[in-house]
Ligand binder design. Structure first.
Ligand code: PAF
Length: 287
């Protein structure tokens, strides 16, 4: 009887090893892409890797559950971690390297620097409910971009405010890495793929697609000419009736996240965050 050995992508934990891979690829004239993740990889992440592979000869995926982007009452300790399965998944989609640094590598003794953000990080959306989140995200993303020195980095539109924060950061700090946005991958019933979906009970999982349906319904009404304020207000009430505790459901300018009252002042982006039981779901849609 022959045992099957799972194939996994090579992985490194040290910055010097990451840079050595990048140096060798560059010397061979290859373009390098980075896909930053916190692991617990699902098909949505794998689609980011596929996008990276379309645009560059080499794709690195970083896996780091970043403590500084979790609030004190959030799920850092319980955040799903599955490195072995992640490495197999990465092999199956042709990633070239996984970079999985330790907390000590990313935040060594004496670490004392965080980024102070304005602009899209202060839009009164995620930041209203997670006030320290984006400075943690920006600090770790700046470090990852700096460590990898990749030509491009791919981020999902699923975390739309994060995407705009990272774009701003890369511009403002003159990062050489180009930021690429990749579309949200959805389950067949419309639910946006997310690592935290595993927290949903069966009943909550059945209810969850209503969030995306609400966005689609709002977009259709706005396109049909209904006033944005009315549309969003009614959708908030409808979601509450379905058992969602809505943090926000708003129409914003798609590039600046400024409030928007009329479609012609767009592009309009609809953004939602709502809790079902203990699970917080976010989603967004272009109108
Ligand atoms: O989107 C995520 O998974 C994280 O916020 C990121 C960008 C990897 C930073 O930790």
């Amino acid at each position: 009887m022959s045992a099957t050995v799972a194939m996994t992508v090579p992985f490194v934990r040290a910055i010097a090893d990451l840079r050595e891979h990048v140096r060798v690829w560059r010397a061979a004239g290859e373009r390098v892409a980075l896909v930053p993740t916190m692991g617990a990889l699902h098909a949505g992440h794998l689609s980011l890797v596929a996008e990276a592979r379309r645009r560059a000869e080499r794709a690195i995926v970083s896996i780091f559950v970043n403590p500084t982007q979790f609030g004190p009452a959030e799920d850092f300790a319980n955040y799903p971690r599955s490195l072995d399965a992640d490495l197999e998944r990465l092999e199956s989609v042709g990633a070239d390297l996984c970079y999985a640094p330790s907390v000590e590598t990313m935040y060594p003794q004496g670490f004392a620097t965080t980024l102070h953000l304005e602009g899209p990080a202060k839009a009164d959306l995620e930041d209203r409910f997670r006030p320290t989140h984006f400075s943690g995200v920006a600090t770790v993303v700046a470090k990852l971009l700096n460590q990898a020195q990749a030509d491009i980095a791919v981020f999902g539109e699923k975390d739309y405010q994060q995407l705009l924060v990272v774009r701003r950061l890369a511009r403002d700090l003159d990062m050489k890495t180009q930021i690429i946005a990749a579309p949200t991958l959805r389950e067949d019933d419309g639910l946006a793929m997310a690592s935290r979906n595993v927290y949903l009970s069966l009943e909550e999982r059945r209810a969850a697609p209503a969030l995306y349906k609400a966005l689609v319904d709002c977009a259709r009404k706005i396109v049909a000419g209904e006033p944005i304020g009315d549309v969003m207000g009614k959708a908030r009430e409808a979601l509450a009736t379905l058992g969602f505790s809505v943090d926000y459901l708003e129409a914003r300018h798609g590039e600046t996240l400024a409030h928007i009252a009329r479609r012609q002042d767009g592009p309009v982006r609809l953004l939602v965050a709502a809790r079902l039981g203990k699970t917080r779901l976010i989603d967004n849609l272009a109108v």
